[in-house]
Design a protein around this ligand. Structure first.
Ligand SMILES: C[S@@+](CC[C@H](N)C(=O)[O-])C[C@H]1O[C@@H](n2cnc3c(N)ncnc32)[C@H](O)[C@@H]1O
Length: 213
């Protein structure tokens, strides 16, 4: 549920920006199977992901078929330079970067370095990112954590997931708890404070069980 709500929330943020500026440059870092360049109206799009994924995506959903200009860039973030890959697209044009489902897989230091690259190349940009805390994944994400580990990846959530942004000089413009956004889409936002109380109690109980006095 949270991934669907996250996608919807980011769609809405992008729609607002694209309506205000149909020429907006949108860069999806770790795009996966994101199809926004096909689904949303306007914008000039760049998708970055690892070479195998870009090849797979190009076969099934060719960039040339997108209704908006779309460029795909292959990169292995661990081996190749993001700075070099993005350099040809740098400039002063308003640009939005989307880091969706990405920050929780990289260390705080790599996130900070990534953000510093964006700041050095794009003078006028915003970042839309989802952040996950350590407490959240430890309490609620046991199964997903195990499945992700079986697939060979690792969740690296932090206690201060926004810190790399602050360190890189970003200012937070807005934020939203994704669970409450999900309830809002079903007109159940009034349930959010009750669920927060309930899950808070559950979390305290869980801590008490794993950290006996
Ligand atoms: C959890 S997925 C998120 C995908 C998409 N943004 C979404 O929200 O559905 C993380 C993405 O990062 C990409 N990725 C992971 N490690 C990478 C690496 N070393 N180089 C390039 N891309 C990588 C994966 O291929 C994957 O598409």
């Amino acid at each position: 549920m949270s991934n669907v709500a996250r996608a919807r929330y980011i769609d809405d943020l992008l729609r607002t920006r694209l309506t205000a500026n149909p020429e907006l440059k949108v860069v999806l870092i770790g795009c996966g199977f994101d199809s926004r360049a096909f689904r949303l109206k306007g914008g000039s799009w760049i998708e970055l992901d690892e070479p195998q994924l870009i090849a797979y995506k190009n076969e099934r959903l060719p960039a040339a078929k997108a209704p908006n200009p779309l460029r795909r860039i292959s990169i292995d973030f661990e081996e190749e330079s993001l700075q070099e890959k993005l350099q040809p697209h740098a400039g002063a044009a308003l640009t939005v970067f989307v880091l969706e489902g990405v920050t929780m897989y990289i260390t705080a230091e790599s996130l900070r370095l990534t953000l510093e690259i964006l700041r050095s190349l794009f003078r006028n940009h915003q970042v839309i990112a989802d952040l996950m805390t350590h407490g959240f994944i430890n309490t609620y994400g046991g199964t997903i954590k195990r499945i992700i580990a079986q697939l060979g990846a690792e969740l690296i959530p932090s206690n201060q997931p926004a810190l790399p942004f602050e360190q890189a000089g970003y200012r937070q413009v807005s934020s939203r708890e994704i669970a409450s956004a999900a309830l809002g889409y079903r007109s159940l936002e009034w349930l959010a404070p009750i669920l927060r109380l309930f899950f808070g109690a559950l979390q305290r109980l869980h801590r008490a069980r794993v950290e006996p006095p």
